[in-house]
Write a protein that binds this ligand. Structure first.
Ligand code: 5AD
Ligand code: SF4
Length: 492
């Protein structure tokens, strides 16, 4: 038996114990290599794409730090560069290839350097083939289903000196209790479910993130309780279609019921979630949102298209009218709710009339903000082989018109908060002026105001004095704390 086989034989089979075994083994290897190199080995994880990927990256960082790697913000200086990739649109893929090309020169100068690729793009067989052929200096490739095995894969790479590739088609496994290193001390993403079963006809996600599976509610609540004990005041519950939460559990539970459990967690102040699907948004959820003290008054409700004809081709399973009725229902139950959305222009077969329907919904709903996308053909999805793909010029022209409409409405909608007093969760020192801090209102709007860095992580009461379209300038309002109010009462 060689050393590698011996190590495999003695590793526990149970997870997560197996991964803790490999983190320990890996740490010994990393310590040895750091001594050889004359400096502690460093890593840089670069995240592309959505919040789900951002949360996955925190898990990667947690594992790397357990193994003794040190965080290095500058990709070009790191000894281990990991790209956590996205493939939802073609331009995301191109950016990864571009960055990989640049790394080849740097890798030639650093004998200790390794490059790892993971995330959605790696779930596509053509991508892995292309990397094997044209980017042979990549060290490690793995997918979305086995990131929990990161430590084991690194050890395999360090021991074998070959490119290691491990990509799974799907999984029904969820491994709990692995390390993770939160990017922010006061807020965190929390996965509540993985995968998507919706198969919207333009979307690659169901193919690269697999079938829907939900985490056990107890595991979710325990994780949030731990975060709160560690200073977290805001959580973002993450899933591709959070309304489907709980359907696959042994004891099924609805998303609204999960929210009510999370609401009970003492010390937690704000709950956000993303993304709900309009077709599954229940009355129960609307009611829970209306009554909650902690769920932020913000709903991201992807429209994709305002044309019922196109929505049907997109396999969205709602009509323009159903979407608008849903918006009315939500606004009736939660009057001050902020609504945001995702819209795709140029889906195959989209005519000028279809596009005008989308503009019509935008004008009727008056979103606080909207992410607008030009349709991107994803190989393997039903829409990629549909007839009447819209020419890039037409897509671009419609996109510009939509953007103009969205921005002008958004500026009007956001200006209504001028001179109001709002709770703002302070997130950072302002990028451009360090006498200011930057925070977010419950509805997600950004606010900058004069304040000390010690406010970071606190909910602060702020008067919004100047509106600048999608952000505000404000000033802190002095409010008495509960203990001050009590003291005053006794003095009276
Ligand atoms: N082209 C353009 N936009 C897309 N999205 C998903 N797939 C595509 C595609 N093929 C957008 C949708 C989704 C958001 C995350 O990305 O609007 O809600
Ligand atoms: Fe993609 Fe539709 Fe699933 Fe969202 S709900 S991830 S758009 S398939």
């Amino acid at each position: 038996m060689n050393e590698l086989e011996y190590m495999r034989a003695e590793a526990p089979l149970e997870e997560p114990q197996r991964q803790y075994y490999f983190m320990k083994k890996g740490k010994e290897l990393v310590t040895k290599l750091s001594e050889e190199a004359g400096h502690p080995l460093t890593f840089c994880v670069t995240t592309f794409g959505c919040q789900m990927n951002a949360r996955d990256s925190e898990k990667l960082v947690g594992i790397l730090e357990q193994m003794g790697y040190i965080n290095e913000a500058d990709e070009e200086k790191a000894d281990f560069v990991i790209f956590n990739t996205c493939t939802v649109r073609e331009n995301a893929n191109q950016r990864v290839y571009g960055r990989l090309g640049q790394l080849s020169r740097i890798k030639k100068q650093n004998p200790y350097m390794m490059i790892g690729l993971c995330g959605c793009m790696m779930q596509e067989a053509e991508v892995v083939e292309k990397i094997k052929k044209s980017y042979r200096y990549v060290d490690l490739i793995f997918g979305t289903h086995n990131i929990y095995k990161f430590a084991e894969l690194i050890v395999t790479r360090l021991e074998s000196n070959r490119m290691v590739i491990d990509v799974w088609k799907d999984t029904d496994q969820i491994v709990e209790e692995l390390p993770n290193e939160r990017k922010y001390s006061f807020k965190s993403g929390v996965n509540i479910m993985f995968g998507c079963n919706n198969f919207c006809s333009y979307c690659i996600v169901p193919y690269v993130r697999g079938r829907e599976r939900s985490r056990n509610p107890k595991d979710i609540v325990r994780e949030i309780e731990r975060f709160v004990a560690d200073g977290v005041v805001e959580v973002m519950l993450l899933g591709q279609n959070v309304n489907s939460y709980g359907k696959t559990l042994e004891e099924p539970m609805s998303f609204a019921q999960l929210l009510q459990e999370i609401e009970k967690i003492e010390g937690l102040q704000r709950i956000r979630f993303m993304t709900p699907h309009p077709k599954d948004l229940s009355d129960e959820l609307i009611e829970v949102m209306g009554q909650s003290k902690k769920i932020c008054k913000h709903l991201h409700l992807p429209l994709q298209s305002g044309s019922t004809r196109i929505l049907e081709k997109m396999n969205r399973r709602y009509t323009k009218e159903q979407y608008l009725n849903l918006v009315d229902k939500i606004r009736a139950a939660v009057p001050d709710i902020s609504l945001t959305t995702d819209i795709i222009v140029g889906f195959p077969g989209e005519t000028e009339e279809d596009f005008l329907e989308t503009l019509d919904v935008v004008k009727k709903v008056r979103y606080d903000s909207a992410f607008t996308f030009q349709y991107s053909k994803r190989t393997g999805t039903p829409a990629a082989v549909m007839e009447n793909q819209v020419s890039p010029d037409v897509v671009k022209e419609r996109f510009e018109r939509l953007l103009k409409e969205v921005q002008s409405i958004s500026a009007e909608v956001c200006s209504v908060y001028k001179d109001t007093i709002q709770e703002v969760l302070v997130e950072s020192v302002n990028d451009h002026d360090d006498s200011l801090v930057t925070g977010r209102m419950g509805n997600n709007l950004l606010v900058h105001f004069s304040g000390k860095p010690s406010l970071i992580g606190n909910l602060v009461t702020v008067k919004l004095t100047e509106c600048h379209g999608f952000y505000y300038i404000g000033e802190q309002v002095c409010v008495k704390t509960d203990s001050e109010k009590t003291e005053n009462k006794f003095q009276q």
